[in-house]
Write a new protein. Sequence first.
Length: 122
Amino acid sequence: MKKTGLKPLRGFPDVIKHLPCAEIQVEGAKAWILQSKTSQLVFFEFVAGTKVPEHKHDYDQWGIVVKGKMTLVVEGEPWMCGKGTEYLVPAGAKHSATFLSKTRVMDYFSEKKRYCPRAEEA
């Protein structure tokens, strides 16, 4: 039987990290953008202790935790999210997040300009 060479990843692979880096104003966060004509899929890495302050936007946000653990608060209700947890933040809902460990998430934004590429890559 042929060996595949699969091993656990410690972060997103180069195929993701070769996407444009997002301009993000949260300390302890990195992000890469997969852009379409009408929306974005954003791959995030957060260090433990990172906090995304409460905010809202006019469009839905769907996400899934790839690895790690976070507390997501939507309209004042906290949700503990771990590997494999999916979430939907409805348009207009106030939400915030605290990352309890090094965490990777993928978020889909039904808005094409939620994040912009960093200036040096634009």
